[in-house]
Every structure is written in C-alpha cells, then in structure tokens.
Design a protein around this ligand. Structure first.
Ligand SMILES: Cc1cc2nc3c(=O)[nH]c(=O)nc-3n(C[C@H](O)[C@H](O)[C@H](O)COP(=O)(O)OP(=O)(O)OC[C@H]3O[C@@H](n4cnc5c(N)ncnc54)[C@H](O)[C@@H]3O)c2cc1C
Length: 437
C-alpha cells in the first residue's frame, strides 16, 4: 500500500486514540503520531489520577455544561451531532467491552471502578493497536502539506514527510504543556487557514491578594458556599469543596467559578465571599454562637473558635475579627459576636488574577467550530483535514464533560476520515484491479 492512502492522526490522547481505533476498525490504514514517549500522558493525570471519563447527565443538561460563560455559546450546538452519534452510554459500553468497568459517583460522574486513569489510557492504547493502527512515538508533526486546497501529507520534526489521504489533528489544548499538549495543533490549523478563537484559560485557579492564602495553604474546605461579587454585586455562586494554595484558591468549585471570574477581571473590584456555615441562617448561627458561649464561657475566644473552624483558620479569624484571642468567651460582646458571625458567613477574599494558561485544566478558544462540519469534524477549508478534541473551540465545566467531548469528536472524526481514506485507497486500487479484466 502506498503512503498516500494513509490516514494520519496527530496526537495520541483521548481524541486521537479513539479516532485511531475507530478508523482502523473501519478499514483505514492508520498512522498515529504522538510526540511524547508514551500515549495518553494527560489522560493519565485526569481526575486526580482517577479519570472522570464522562457524566450520566441527559443530552440537554450535558450540553448546557458547554455553554458556561467562558465558552462562546456555540460549542454546545456544535457538539449535539457528535453526541447523538456517540454519547456517555456508548462510552461506558465501549470501555466495558475493553474490560474497563465503570462506577457512577456523586453528580453523575463516571470513573473506572479501578480508580485508575492508567487503566483507561492503557485500554484505549490497546484498542487502537489491536484494531491495526500503527503507532509512532516521539513523532511530532510540525507542518501540514496542503496543495490546491487538499491535504497531501505532513512533515515531522525530524524532516520526514508522510504522504496522507487524510489527517486528523487531535493535539489537545495548550494547558499542562508538560503532557505534550503545547498548542501545536493551533499552529497547524492556522497554517491551513483556520481561524483560532483566542486562547484563554478555563477551569483555572485564582490568585488572591494578601498573605492569607499562604497562611491557609493546604487547607481544604468542604460544604462551603462561595459567591462571586463584582463591586459588591453577586454574579455567581457554587456549593462544594475548595482549597487554599500559596497564591490563592483552587479546588472543584473554584475551577467552576473561574470562568465567570476570569471574564470580569479588570472590570471592578472582584471578590469572593466564602460562607463557612451555609446550612445555618444568620439567626441560627447566632443562636449556635450564644449556646457555645453559654456552655464554654470560661474558655478563651481562641478555644471557642476551635469548635467552629479548622485549625488553620483560627489565627486568621483572630486577626480579622479583632477580638483578643485570650478574651474569655463569656466576655465577648454582642457586637463582637455579630462580627464573628458575619465573618463565618462572609469570609471575603480579593481576587486579583488567575494562574496562567499552562495551569488551566482546559484551554478555552481554539479552532473556530463554524469552520468545521459538525457531522464529520472535517475542515470546511481544506479537503482531507479533520479536527477532534480540545484543539477545537469547545470547553466545558468539570464533571467528565471535556473527556466525553474528546471521545465523541474523536469517534466521529475517526469514522469520517476513515471513509475518505478508504475511498482514496479504493480509487487507487481500482485501476490496478481493472487491468486484469
Ligand atoms: C490535571 C487535569 C485533570 C483533568 N481531569 C479531567 C477529568 O477528570 N475529566 C474530564 O472530562 N476532563 C479532564 N481534564 C481535561 C481533559 O484531560 C482534556 O480535555 C482531554 O485530555 C482532551 O483530550 P485531547 O485528546 O483533545 O487532548 P490530549 O489528551 O491533551 O492529547 C493530545 C495529545 O497530542 C499530542 N501532541 C500534541 N502536539 C503534537 C504534535 N505536534 N505531534 C504529535 N503529537 C502531538 C500530545 O502529546 C498529547 O498526547 C483534565 C485536564 C487536566 C490538565
């Protein structure tokens, strides 16, 4: 078989591996290029090493997670077609067939029962190989060979030229570049004439003013409510878990809130208000404080705080409330008690920025979806060129949505590109066959 009949897939991540297995299974001669020494490097660190691979949410609810403020509002429309072809139930069945059992957790999140992202990545790599994809590691695509509006091949970092009937760019985003996803796909797409919607970090930790984050570093708060405020006016809120880091805040609800927060940076004073006791109304919390003071009146304010807060927050609360730490609890005034209550319900932090794109879980922006056919993932500009995964301008919330998008677009691109490549092969083989007639 000549090289020009190949389908070349650039990137051995979630989207590329799915595409490779689907395309090879459909009869295409597939070459998968992966620049790293190993397949699925990013996939192996997803979900804190457990890989939240999809979500049980119904289609409309699922798509709504792609319409969060940071997205351009169109990616959920673009994905509807791909999800109609290959959705969460199909993905769970797909992995089950590969011997990867899955379990559902809180919020409809699906994880491998083994809790191992490696198991997911290894199974996908096996799938691609066993279906017949030829995998080349440490092979970095640097240029597309496009002539007369048609893809003819690719050039690699070592100067090699690979002829191809079709190519799928599945190079991922530009976040966590150490995993191999360093933004090459955007350059390849640009070279093909595609518009790149400006890249922005999505699901990114936030930077907070002052020294408090450093004092609270490592502290994880569960069951808190965080509200975001611009010049005092609330514009978003989430309930769940957050984490303090040396520069500010991170953790699930912060990542979810980072979209609307990043959008409003520079538009006024951006603050977050942490409600440490969201289950208690102001009256109930005050009653609880009074009860504690009654019961432990002889103890110091510092000791009283131990009943209310994690250890790491105590000194910060002492400083903020201005109540002397050694003051006996039964001498705390009504005004001081109200200050403490207000702090517990409204612990304010001033957001001054966000961590860089490299530290974002997902890269927002990317290949303009209006220039890609949602039924095939084919470029509308260059014949034989396809896109799949995070390189596209699709991005969602946490919860397994991003990986499902990579798998679904990989599935669709793999099958459509295979059809093109096998047609090209048949066209080349036909004259040969005719000779014998
Ligand atoms: C820490 C972290 C945790 C995450 N957890 C979750 C989660 O639990 N659930 C979820 O849904 N999403 C999660 N995500 C997001 C998810 O990992 C991505 O959305 C997904 O991996 C995108 O898949 P992809 O195939 O498009 O890109 P990638 O998985 O990034 O794969 C792209 C591949 O292309 C290769 N490549 C790049 N350029 C070239 C080139 N020029 N030549 C050859 N190869 C190239 C890269 O080396 C890489 O292997 C997480 C992300 C991070 C960073």
């Amino acid at each position: 078989m000549g090289e020009g009949e190949h389908l070349v897939i650039v990137g051995g991540g979630a989207a590329g591996l799915m595409a490779a297995g689907q395309a090879a299974g459909a009869g295409a001669a597939v070459i998968l290029l992966e620049r790293m020494p190993r397949l699925g490097t990013k996939l192996r660190i997803t979900g804190k090493g457990r890989c939240n691979l999809t979500n049980t949410a119904g289609l409309d609810q699922f798509l709504a997670h792609f319409a969060f403020p940071e997205a351009d509002g169109a990616s959920h429309l673009f994905l509807r077609n791909a999800f109609a072809r290959f959705f969460s139930g199909d993905l769970v069945a797909f992995f089950d067939n590969l011997g990867v059992a899955t379990v559902e957790e809180r919020g409809g999140r699906i994880f491998p029962a083994s809790n191992s992202a490696h198991e997911v990545a290894d199974a996908l790599a096996r799938f691609a190989r066993e279906r017949g994809a030829q995998i080349q590691l440490r092979a970095r695509a640097t240029e597309l060979d496009i002539r007369a509006g048609r893809l003819r091949g690719l050039r690699l970092h070592d100067g090699r030229h690979l002829a191809a009937a079709a190519a799928i760019v599945a190079t991922g985003g530009a976040s966590y570049p150490g995993t191999g996803s360093s933004g090459d796909g955007y350059r390849l797409a640009e070279q093909a004439g595609h518009t790149i919607v400006p890249l922005r970090p999505a699901l990114v930790p936030l930077v907070v003013a002052g020294t408090e984050p450093r004092r609270l570093m490592g502290l994880s708060l569960r069951n808190v409510e965080v509200r975001l405020l611009l010049d005092g006016a609330e514009f978003a809120r989430e309930f769940g878990e957050m984490l303090f880091t040396h520069y500010g805040v991170s953790g699930p609800i912060i990542l979810t809130l980072s979209g609307p927060a990043v959008q409003r940076l520079g538009q006024g004073r951006l603050e977050m208000s942490v409600n440490l006791k969201p289950a208690l109304s102001p009256d109930k919390l005050d009653a609880r404080l009074l009860r504690d003071i009654d019961q432990f009146g002889g103890r110091t304010y510092r000791n009283l705080l131990k009943r209310l807060l994690p250890q790491k927050m105590i000194d910060v609360f002492i400083d903020r409330s201005g109540i002397p730490p050694d003051k006996p609890a039964n001498q705390i005034t009504a005004g001081e008690r109200e200050r403490l209550r207000a702090l517990l319900h409204d612990f304010r932090l001033h957001i001054t920025g966000h961590r860089p794109l490299e530290e974002a879980i997902v890269t927002a922006g990317g290949v303009e979806t209006a220039e890609v056919d949602p039924r095939t993932m084919a470029s509308r500009l260059v014949e034989g060129l396809y896109f799949a995964g995070e390189v596209l301008n699709v991005q969602a919330d946490t919860g397994g949505y991003n990986l499902q998008a990579a798998f679904s677009t990989g599935y669709v691109a793999g099958r459509a590109a295979a059809e093109r490549a096998t047609t090209a092969r048949a066209a080349i083989e036909r004259p040969r066959g005719n000779r014998g007639l």
